[in-house]
Design a protein around this ligand. Structure first.
Ligand SMILES: Cc1ncc(COP(=O)(O)O)c(C=O)c1O
Length: 391
């Protein structure tokens, strides 16, 4: 707590703070649980260069969904062959740029196969498939199953494979990503079984099978963490049996994002004022949905601590942001040690899809980011300059 107070004092608020020790623990946990899978960290969760460098040093590869994410991964030292590109609806320009950087591309439509063949004749390509299995903490993040925009539907997979060869491309592997924030092991196992089944006839020719990401973390105290060890064992068994039966040398991959970085991050914010209105107590802060959109976008729950006054009497409050939007609520009807103006609050588990989804809405600059590690508090991204917002 002292370190949080000191960081807020030194760098100002709102401020994203990442604890290196927690990040290292999550990376180590992952490596212990899923040693048989090459882990491509999904940059979309958090692409801060300092965090990327730490993740790379721990032996992780990278997954990017835009040319700039590819560039961020390259600058953080990931080799092109350690980067996957799994964008949805990449333009011809995107495909040409990523191909030129030496990164292998996975596409998720027949039209994208044709675009790729035009800009990168003879390229190796992965196919993202939708095998009818989807899950997620909210409808917005379910990426498999019926009615979603992602992936090549099961009934078109054979046509897609034919198209790859008729266009002179080389099929490198199959990929599936079923959704995000999943705490139940079953959809992962069902998804893996479906992918292994579709891949079986191709086993000897595929270079990879990619099971995607989606591993959730317990944001609420009553939620149970995903048992990654047990899941790793279950998936490992199925993969080994598949290899035994069908052979081939396909590398098994995954694309974890949230599970690696979420719990290392906190968004620090100062209370601007505490206001009573219509029987409710509103705690207004100097941040909001422009810096952490998850509560507004998904109704997501984040633990909030009163860092300045942990012993104050608990009261029910609604913590709000600065945006001119009634929906800019960070926590509704939450018991908190009663904050006063000037108190520091820590919004926890904000390391994934926090800064990376931040915007400059209402012309508010995005927060600075700080890494708390052995060397103390290190500024790893300066606060956005107001000038840059005025264009
Ligand atoms: C293709 C792909 N891979 C990986 C991820 C990472 O998901 P998560 O952060 O839930 O692990 C996503 C997130 O939506 C994705 O779309």
């Amino acid at each position: 707590m002292k370190a949080l107070l000191a960081a807020a004092e030194k760098f100002g608020t709102p401020l994203y703070v990442y604890e290196e020790e927690r990040l290292a623990a999550a990376l180590a946990w992952w490596k212990r649980a899923l040693p048989g899978f090459a882990a491509h960290y999904a940059l979309k969760a958090n692409a801060n260069p300092a965090l990327l460098a730490l993740i790379r040093r721990e032996g992780f590869c990278a997954d990017a969904v835009s040319p700039l994410e590819v560039e961020a991964a390259l600058r953080a030292g990931f080799l092109p062959k350690a980067i996957t590109f799994t964008a949805h609806a990449p333009s011809s320009e995107d495909l040409a740029a990523v191909h030129a950087s030496g990164v292998e591309i996975t596409v998720d439509s027949l039209q994208a196969i044709e675009r790729l063949a035009r800009v990168a004749p003879g390229a190796r390509v992965g196919l993202r498939v939708n095998l009818g299995i989807g899950a997620g903490h909210h409808g917005h993040v379910v990426t498999g199953g019926r009615g979603v925009k992602f992936g090549i539907p099961r009934e078109e997979v054979a046509d897609a494979i034919t198209l790859v060869s008729s266009k002179g491309l080389e099929l490198a592997g199959l990929h599936q990503h079923i959704g995000s924030g999943i705490l139940d092991p079953k959809p992962f196992i069902d998804g893996a079984e479906a992918l292994l089944e579709v891949a079986a006839p191709l086993a000897r020719s595929l270079a990879f099978l990619d099971f995607g990401g989606g591993f959730g973390i317990p944001y609420r105290p009553e939620e149970t963490a995903l048992d990654l060890m047990a899941l790793g064992e279950e998936l490992g068994k199925r993969v080994n049996a598949w290899r035994g039966e069908h052979g081939g040398k396909a590398v098994m991959r995954m694309q974890p994002g949230r599970v690696l970085v979420a719990s290392s991050g906190s968004l620090l914010t100062r209370v601007i004022e505490v206001k009573r209105s219509d029987g409710a107590t509103f705690v207004a802060t100097d941040t909001g949905a422009h810096h952490l959109v998850r509560p507004m976008l998904y109704g997501a729950w984040h633990a909030i601590e009163n860092v300045s006054r942990p012993q104050a009497p608990q009261v029910q409050v609604t913590v709000t942001g600065q945006l001119c939007e009634s929906g800019d609520v960070l926590a509704a009807e939450r018991m908190l040690p009663l904050p006063l103006a000037g108190d520091l609050l820590a919004i926890r588990d904000a390391g994934a899809y926090g800064f990376s989804m931040a915007s400059t809405y209402n012309l508010r600059a995005r927060p600075a980011e700080v890494l708390l590690g052995d060397r103390g508090a290190e500024l790893i991204r300066p606060r956005e300059s107001p000038e840059s917002l005025l264009g």
